[in-house]
Each structure stands twice: as C-alpha cells, then as structure tokens.
Write a protein that binds this ligand. Sequence first.
Ligand code: ATP
Ligand code: MG
Length: 442
Amino acid sequence: MHITLAHNVQYIIKTLEENDFEAYAVGGCIRDTLLGKTPQDWDICTQALPEQTAACFKGKRIFETGIKHGTISLLLGGKTYEITTFRTDGNYTDNRRPESVTFVSALSDDLARRDFTINAIAYHPDRGLIDPFGGAADIENKLIRCVGDAENRFDEDALRIMRALRFSSALGFTIEPRTADALLNKRRLLHNISAERIREELNRLVAGDNAAQVMLKYSSVITTIIPEISNLIGFEQNTPYHDLDIWNHTIKSMTHVPADKVLRLTMLLHDIGKPPCYTYKNGKSHFHGHQKIGAEMARHILRRLKYDNNTVHTVTLLITYHDADIPARAKAIRRWLNKIGEHRLRQLLAIKRADIFAQSSALLSPRLEALNAASKIIDEIIEQKQCYRLSDLAINGRDLIAIGITNGSEIGQTLNTLLHMVLDGEIENERLALLDKSQDLH
Ligand code: ATP
Ligand code: MG
C-alpha cells in the first residue's frame, strides 16, 4: 500500500529520521486517505520528545501550546502540522481525558491509546502501513470499532461515545456490535464530560450525511446529553398534518435540510416545545404556543451546551417562526425581509420545507409550491434591489432635517412610516415622492 504524503509531511518525517527519531503520519489523515479523501490536516507522531522535535526544526515557526500533551505545532507554508511524541495516557479520573501523559518509545503503544481502529493506523514512506488493530479492514468494511476493550475505553474517556456516533454519522459507518453495546451501557458517563467537548462532537454528528439514522438508532445517547428530547419519543400527534410521532418526525425533518450545523440543530429542536403545550380537543391534538415555548427550551439547551450567541440567536429565531405564514406575495415578503433579513428568511424557508417534507404526504404539494413561490419572490426582490431596509430608503435623516423636521424621534418615526409604505407598495422609493410625503406627515 503506497500513500503519497503531503510534501511538508515527507519533509517533517525525513528531518526527524535524519536526527535518529522514528516518525510517522498517523490518525485521521491516514484514515481519510484510505477512504480516498484528501485529508484536512496531517498529524505526525514521533519518538522525539517535544524539546527534541523543537530542536530538529530550529529556525522554523513553532508553537508549544500543546506541549503538556507532547504536541509541537509547526507552521510550514501557511499550514500547521501537529507533531506529537509517542505517548500513552496516564490515569484517567472522572472518565475524562488524562491530565498527565507518559512519553514512550514504541509506536505500537501510541497506537493502542487511540480511540478506534480506523484512527489507529500509522504510515511511513519506507515501511508502509502500521496497522496492528486491523483498522484498514474496518475501513473496508465500514466499521467503527474500539481499540481494545470497548467498555474500558469508554470508561477512560466517555467523549469517545460521542466520537463513535460522530464518525458513524460523518462516514456512514456502522458501529460494531460490541462497541455499540458498550457505548449504550456507558452513556451516562457523558455527564462527566465538559459541554464544550460534547458540543464539538454534536456539531459534527448532526452535520453528517448519516445523522438521522445514527440519532434514531442511538436515541438514548442523544437523550443523555439533551434529556428534553425523551419527551418527543413515542409522542403521537393525532393531527391531520402528522403521521409520525414527534421524534420520528424530527429525525425525518433533519434529512431534508442541507448538512449545515445551524439548520440541523434547528430541525433537531424545532418541536421540542410540543409536549408541554399539548392539549386534546374534539378528537384532535393541539400544540398551541409550542413555537415560542420551544424557542425558549432550545435557548436553554444550547446555552447549557455552551453554544455561541449567534448560533443560539439564529436557532431560536428559526424555531419561533417555523410555523409562521409566509405568503407568496411581494408585500409580505418585503415585510419578512425587513423583519429578519435575507439570509435568515432563506434559512426559514429551508426549515419550513423540511418540516413539510416530514409531515403527511397528502398535504405536501400545495404547501411546497407556496414555499417555492415565496422563494422566487425573494430572488426577484433581491435582484431588483427593491427597498426593504431603512438603509435602502431613498432618503435619510439628513434629508428630513433639511426640510425642517428636526425632532430626533419624529425623524425616526417618519422614516419608519415611509419605509413601511414602501414595503407595502403604497409609495415609490423615490426621493421627491418621499420628501413630499414627509411634509404631509409632519
Ligand atoms: P478529524 O480531524 O477529521 O476530526 P481525526 O481522527 O483527526 O479526525 P482528531 O480529533 O483530530 O480526529 O484526533 C486525532 C487523532 O487522535 C485521532 O485520529 C485519534 O487517533 C486520536 N484521538 C482523538 N481523540 C481521541 C480520544 N478522545 N481518545 C483516543 N484517541 C483520540
Ligand atoms: Mg484531526
């Protein structure tokens, strides 16, 4: 098996070996190459201790931020290469990453501490693949399998539970039965893992091609990190719109939005407010107000998982409006554009489309047609550079001052009134017409 290593990686390995230290490309980059993908970044592992590695690359740009765990980052041609000393992990406490690591001289010990067989393969330009755990065969068979005893490995670091799901989702691999059983048994250990680390894996899990299948199969892991989701499972909806329980509807809706973190998280949480809003009247279920309650619950969940403000804001806004009416009329669309902006309005349409796709097929086509028509109108408004924001208005505050309207709040109110008249098509966005109208309003 021959792998063409990136030029800089060859240089790094050669430099270390000229100094009598073994060195290999290892981990994700080898996995991705075997999968026929171009690796995002290349990791190198070596016998050299961090200070010895640093000495080998004297005069180059080096960052020592990971030195405690044996990692030196080397900057070559604008790219960063992580060079990590062969190590085993020290004692694990609290099912988290070890605080201390022990440097070792054998590659095999370093490979044995890695999480999954597919990530425990090294490559050397002369010696070829070093694959003591059968990782290449598991890649061939599309399997995620722990290196060593699965239960022990999840005991050591429970984040690996989320990583197994993430790789399964991103790569479309099956989790091998013993690894799957162990991760289900050990899922509660995720409570010991920091929200930030869980969040990073969750992001990659939801954005994977196989997210829906993985989340459905391992629902109990998902409810361990987001307990609010338990109430969706098996919750039948008895409405003309739905033929699935809330959780299956949720999962199905996720498959109908692009592989984007914000859109997938929105779909995951869009109906989270339904259970507390449930009422039953005249043989039908109702979920009045679930959009608002759901947005609040989503805010709480995302904050708990330490999401950034922008993600929290966008997801909650999309949930708030996921059932709002967006009539396919220019006037209404301009108002929506004014309210939430072009990007978010397009996101909202994508969300609504996915929601509809996951509902009863009987009602599908007229609702989809309405969304397509709305989307076309957005295109036209944007293409024609129609006015939908104050900044698009053909006059501004200075123009009003010039015609004698000097009171600050009146200026604001007048501009707003004019903008809404333009949005509604009651007046052209033309300087003279607008100034004329301002005089009337004054
Ligand atoms: P990608 O960069 O595409 O996410 P990756 O496999 O490179 O995939 P990283 O998180 O960058 O994933 O980790 C690099 C390597 O370090 C992995 O391939 C694996 O060998 C090892 N590794 C990472 N996290 C763990 C962990 N929690 N437990 C054991 N080994 C790990
Ligand atoms: Mg990586």
